[in-house]
Design a binder for this molecule. Structure first.
Ligand SMILES: [Zn+2]
Length: 479
């Protein structure tokens, strides 16, 4: 009896561990050693002008050639997709792309969305992510392993360690550091396990940040921060590599800001409203970030969601805040919670002026030579969902005044550059991995077309966007 039970149990386990393979097949649109994408418009992610009627040859997961369809020689064994009317863009490199989602509660809780988020990121064209802070780091590292070995469907992952937060965290999903030694211990512990970046948080002290940066840099790893207790210029001096959220969270312009103290949010907003972007203080910050090679991660969607519904297509467009495709992947509870949060948003036009200023800051930073990278930040009031938010970020970069071509470059090649992966991913260039998204229409003239994703290639395997989205209907907020 005992042995029969053991055998039965083993059989169950075996069938579970092999369950991925047949399931994977149903999401694959195109898989062949050689694939030809013909008659397609190419936006290559380098900032170059779009090219019409191109043929891309994919060979064993890599881009072999890109050229005009008139001159292209399609190999006889190629599986050919005629993509007239479509545009191919590089897969996006999402640089503030958490695996977790806000669950509400007081104090607020956050849960990993290990089932829905990997599929949604990939479905909407995000082929590489940096998790930029983790609330379930062992899970994130295991999910990465499962994706890398083909047992789960999702993007390439760069796992960030748990948050490096000081005393005073607003949520119990973060460990509170007890000092510089604790910061060193945490960095080395998670680096040993496979974390490739670290994220400092709002209450970290300068000593703790300095210790974390030192340990991370010794190992060739990078530190980013969503800061508050430390201003941008101070953080640049300490050696931070990246600043999340841009101007909206820079506390250094608060009058009489105390060292190592996070001023109240209202004080930060007030100081930013009064800030003159052309004045010496703001210009000096931009100059010192650029001089110290500090990147900025733009996360406009999470800020847009915090404001009122305002316009047809710009900031606060109802089509973005109440996008039915986004509402449909949420669980009922999540959807209700988000819609209630939206109902409480006050129609304050001041906030939009502040967001506009943050957008201008990002443009000024790029004009000064800074590296701007992009993400969505699926937190806030629960309206920002994996993948969908990444596409909205590109649209909001255009709203900020970047050309569609530059916005796409910020969301693809710039991220790859920051990760040190730009020789392999981030643009459509022969020799790179075939990480591509195929969209209907022409995002170079109508940026909203970027939402019309139909096929996403990761290492030359073409996934069906809509089927992946359908497979996680109602799951966001549950798993
Ligand atoms: Zn975040």
């Amino acid at each position: 009896m005992k042995t029969r039970l053991a055998v039965l149990l083993m059989l169950c386990l075996v069938s579970v561990s092999f369950a991925q393979a047949p399931e994977r097949q149903q999401f694959i649109r195109t898989e062949a050693p050689v694939i030809a994408l013909t008659h397609v418009r190419v936006i290559d992610g380098t900032g170059a002008a779009p090219r019409d009627d191109q043929t891309i040859i994919i060979n064993n997961g890599k881009i072999e050639s890109v050229g005009s369809s008139a001159n292209a020689k399609t190999p006889a064994n190629a599986q050919t997709l005629d993509l007239q009317g479509y545009t191919v863009l590089p897969g996006l490199v999402g640089m503030h792309d958490h695996m977790f989602f806000p669950m509400g509660g007081s104090p607020p809780m956050y849960s990993n969305m290990g089932s829905s988020f990997p599929r949604l990121y990939l479905a909407l064209g995000v082929t590489t992510i940096r998790t930029t802070g983790s609330v379930a780091p062992y899970t994130d590292l295991e999910i990465k392993r499962l994706i890398d070995t083909g047992r789960m469907i999702g993007p390439k992952m760069h796992v960030t360690a748990p948050y490096l937060e000081g005393r005073g965290s607003f949520t119990p999903v973060m460990h509170e550091l007890t000092g510089a030694d604790d910061a060193r211990r945490m960095v080395n512990y998670w680096a040993d396990l496979g974390a490739t970046s670290f994220k400092a948080y709002m209450n970290i002290t300068r000593d703790e940040l300095r210790a974390a940066v030192e340990e991370a840099h010794k190992r060739g790893l990078k530190v980013t921060g969503h800061l508050c207790s430390i201003g941008f210029k101070e953080a640049a001096e300490i050696g931070i590599d990246d600043l999340e959220h841009g101007l909206m969270v820079d506390s250094e312009f608060v009058p009489n800001k105390q060292p190592d103290q996070c001023p109240p949010g209202a004080a930060v907003s007030t100081s930013l409203r009064q800030l003159d972007l052309n004045g010496t203080a703001a210009q000096e910050t931009i100059r010192s970030l650029v001089a110290k090679n500090v990147a900025i991660t733009s996360t406009l969607p999470v800020f847009e969601a915090a404001g009122a519904a305002l316009s047809q297509s710009g900031i606060g467009a109802a089509s973005a805040l109440l996008n039915p495709r986004v509402l449909n992947v949420m669980s009922t509870d999540t959807r209700v919670r988000y819609l209630q949060a939206r109902a409480r948003v006050s129609p304050e036009t001041n906030y939009v002026a502040l967001l506009r200023k943050a957008m201008e800051f990002e443009r000024a930073f790029v004009q000064a030579g800074g590296l701007l990278i992009a993400g969505l930040d699926p937190t806030g009031n629960g309206g920002i969902v994996a993948g969908f938010g990444d596409l909205r970020e590109v649209e909001l970069l255009v709203e900020a005044g970047f050309t569609p071509i530059d916005a796409i470059k910020i969301a693809s090649l710039n991220g790859a550059k920051f990760l040190g992966e730009n020789s392999r991913i981030g643009s459509i260039v022969p020799g790179k991995q075939a990480d591509l998204m195929v969209v209907k229409g022409n995002p170079a003239t109508t940026i909203a077309d970027i939402e019309k994703v139909e096929i996403v290639f990761k290492d030359g395997v073409g996934y069906d966007s809509e089927k992946l989205i359908q497979s996680v209907q109602g799951l966001v907020g549950i798993r």
